[in-house]
Design a protein around this ligand. Structure first.
Ligand code: GDP
Length: 283
């Protein structure tokens, strides 16, 4: 998906339509970049609809920073939970959090005498945060409810995932925010935006510079190299090339191969558990 302004307007309109169908929204964020993977427009679109924040990919994020991020969200009054879709850890707690934030809604229904109505939920987030993976986990063998309600596109279905709780089996795709170069960088290296919209070489240089400062030991150990934090990043790339045999004929360094290697190692978590967005200290 390319996010030109026209597409964003259309995506926003679609999201607003979809939001009308649900009582609770789960905003999924990438725990490595909770700030960069959020979409500030969602708050406006939600109005007073309850929201649960789900931090995903915690298996790849820095555990200490994840705890700080959880605290930051809690301090701002947002229900938050961590999920690891690769193992299913935390999914039950997330369902409980959804039921809890929905309580005012169900209480209102009770007061109005509405019975047997299920809470409807949708999972939203920027591309590649793990929405489909979570939906598959939640849906599993659960019962599919025919989507005979207005607004639900053909092919979309409601699935009962807990007593009185129905999930829309299609996620809401939010557009990433590109305006801030720092955010663009975080989205690029984690794989949330397509490779043809940014320069891989620049992204990997920035990534290595960042890691050299915040996680130097992981880099040293994983690539079996040594460097000082003040060293130019190109020199560190050359060291990685030598250590990993990224060489062309005649012993020339194959920088393209280093770029590929570092990006892959970062994205698979093989380099270590990293969080690029720093949790704020003051809230
Ligand atoms: P979507 O675009 O938001 O629907 O994202 P997907 O569900 O397609 O997931 C994108 C990629 O992230 C896939 O390769 C998933 O296997 C991977 N993924 C999803 N959740 C996790 C997680 O908790 N941990 C790890 N390590 N990978 C995950």
């Amino acid at each position: 998906i390319q996010w030109f302004p026209g597409h964003m307007t259309k995506a926003k309109r679609m999201m607003e339509q979809q939001l009308k169908l649900v009582d609770v929204v789960v905003e999924m964020l990438d725990a490595r970049i909770p700030r960069s993977s959020s979409n500030p427009m969602l708050i406006q679109m939600l109005g007073d609809k309850p929201k649960v924040v789900a931090l995903n990919k915690i298996d790849m994020a820095d555990p200490e920073k994840t705890e700080k991020w959880l605290q930051t969200f809690k301090n701002s009054g947002l229900p938050v939970c961590k999920v690891d879709c690769s193992t299913g850890k935390g999914v039950k707690q997330m369902v409980a959090a959804i039921q809890q934030v929905a309580r005012p809604v169900t209480d209102k229904w009770l007061r109005k005498g509405v019975r047997n109505r299920s809470i409807r939920v949708m999972i939203v987030g920027v591309p590649n945060v793990g929405k489909s993976t979570l939906i598959n986990r939640l849906v599993g063998k659960n019962k599919v409810v025919a989507a005979d309600r207005p607004g639900v596109t053909r092919g979309q279905q409601w699935v009962t995932i807990a007593k009185g709780l129905e999930l829309l089996d299609t996620p809401g795709v939010l557009w990433p925010k590109f305006e801030d170069p720092e955010v663009g960088f975080c989205l690029a290296v984690t794989g949330a935006i397509k490779e043809d919209v940014y320069d891989r070489e620049t992204a990997v240089e920035l990534l290595l510079e960042r890691l050299m400062h915040i996680y130097p030991e992981d880099l040293r150990v994983k690539y079996a190299i040594d460097f000082s934090e003040a060293e130019p990043v190109r020199e560190v790339m050359a060291k990685i090339a030598v250590a990993r045999g990224c060489l062309k004929a005649g012993g020339v360094l194959d920088i393209d191969k280093v770029i590929q290697l570092v990006l892959r190692d970062f994205r698979t978590g093989r380099l270590g558990r990293f969080t690029l967005d720093e949790p704020s200290e003051n809230n």
